[in-house]
Design a protein around this ligand. Structure first.
Ligand code: AMP
Length: 117
């Protein structure tokens, strides 16, 4: 069995985190090392390692997560302007192998940069 990620440990209550929102499908926490004044992570409870590992079985969950991103952005008051990032694979900057969606806001993003900085 794959080793538990830090996000599973947070969801199980084994590690503390600053929880912004949670429901049966996902949890949203403040990023411990924020790259923007608002930087949260939306994490499905299901431990899909990478976006590329999702299957058609996950279709509804992925749609649900995207809707949740909008809801959470509204809840945080940043729905007029925010950036969504999913890193897939180490070379793309993924460090935690449990699918998560970054929501970044309250900073000026350069038009030409698609990164988190
Ligand atoms: P990624 O590099 O796309 O895999 O993103 C992983 C993110 O998880 C990084 O932005 C980290 O700062 C964040 N992170 C790692 N550990 C924690 C933690 N214990 N609580 C909150 N965020 C974390």
């Amino acid at each position: 069995m794959a080793e538990e990620t830090i996000f599973t440990k947070i969801m199980n209550g084994d590690i503390p985190a600053d929880i912004v929102y949670e429901d049966d499908d996902c949890i949203c926490i403040n990023d411990i090392s924020p790259k923007a004044p608002t930087h949260v992570l939306v994490i499905p409870r299901k431990p899909i390692p990478r976006l590329a590992d999702a299957t058609t079985e996950d279709k509804a969950l992925l749609g649900q997560l995207m809707l949740k991103v909008g809801d959470i952005a509204r809840q945080l008051g940043v729905d007029e302007a925010f950036r969504v990032v999913i890193n897939n694979g180490e070379a793309a900057g993924q460090t935690v192998f449990h699918l998560h969606i970054h929501i970044l806001a309250n900073k000026t993003f350069s038009e030409s940069s698609l990164g988190m900085s």
